[in-house]
Design a binder for this molecule. Sequence first.
Ligand SMILES: *Cc1c(COP(=O)(O)O)cnc(C)c1O
Length: 418
Amino acid sequence: MTKSEELYRKAVELMPAGVSSPVRAIKPYPFYTERAKGCRIYDVDGNEYIDYCLAYGPLILGHAHEEVKRAILEQVEKGWLYGTPVELEVRFAELITELYPGIEMLRFVNTGSEATMAAIRLARGYTGKNGIVKVEGSFHGAHDAVLVKAGSGATTHGVPNSAGVPQEFVKHTYQVPYNDVESLANLLEKNDDIAAMILEPVMGNSSLILPEENYLREVRKVTSENDVLLIFDEVITGFRLSEGGAQKYYGVKPDLTTLGKIAGGGLPVGIYGGRKEIMEMISPLGPVYQAGTFSGNPLTLTAGYTTVRYLVDNKPYRELEEKTRAIVEGIQPELEKLGYSAGHIASMFCIYFGETPENYSQALKLDASKFLQFFSEMLKDGVFLPPSQYETCFVSVAHGDEDIERTVEVARACLRKL
Ligand SMILES: *Cc1c(COP(=O)(O)O)cnc(C)c1O
């Protein structure tokens, strides 16, 4: 028995499915990581993998990036939690407001879930309305209001709607299909109690689904016309599509924005921000409450700020995109032969076991079990993809040309084996 299997057997007795987050419950058992560096992750049994999961998005600089590591270690010497404001908070907030057109003022929190929960409460408090619109299959974290048709983790395990959420808690949550402005316009015209629409500008939790030409611009227009706030959940796309996220990439300005993942440089973080007059509703300035013991802690701020600074100073976006395209174009001929497809944007890509989806119901038609076969073959050959058809692959600054070439070779061979 491998050490990973041994650990997992013990883990399932101690934690539900043996894991701390559902997608990690890989069958027959997940590998247990011993260490990671750059684009490589090493397990406790001495195996080495090229990593395209990258902790589900945060590690755009790769694992244990030297600059981020040094900054964290320096901060550790000075203490890692104060419960007071720190200078870096001001500097990081200033940098983010410069980079994100839709953020004039912000709050640091600890996870993306916390950020979307606060943003939704704020939108309701500001508008005095109850309804929120989300897109089918979009994921905004694991809290009650957004746990309906909630994308990856839930979809992979066949429970898109969570038990334990009273109907009363989600009766104000409306759903529209992605890439469908008409459905949105119809809903907003019929219903005048909608506070906000929250969406992932690029869907990254139901495989990878790209917005059609002008979709985001039209969503902006329709929400404005109906006095509905627009929240961009940029927890994945923030600092991923560009240093100013999807809003800069597509030139569409939301009223509120949530950030996370990359913004913490590998430590837990969430950020929500937006127009000043809305953000001034937050306690103690205004009546909308939100607070957190670990919010704005110096360790997270240091890892996040150092990562974002690196991105701003080194502008790796074009290079990242080229590497990503090289992977997709390298695999494409083999995929086409099998009737499969692939999509990519910036440093995100996805191999679809079926046709390229434009919304959640199309994504559900993908052959998720075929994907898992492919995933297992890839893993055996030393490439670690996120373990679900409904996740997105990420490329980092640390992936070199040889890593990319090796990945393409392995992927082609694995596809032929299916
Ligand atoms: C990951 C994710 C979240 C939740 O962030 P956590 O830090 O895991 O709570 C929210 N929205 C989107 C789009 C995400 O990808």
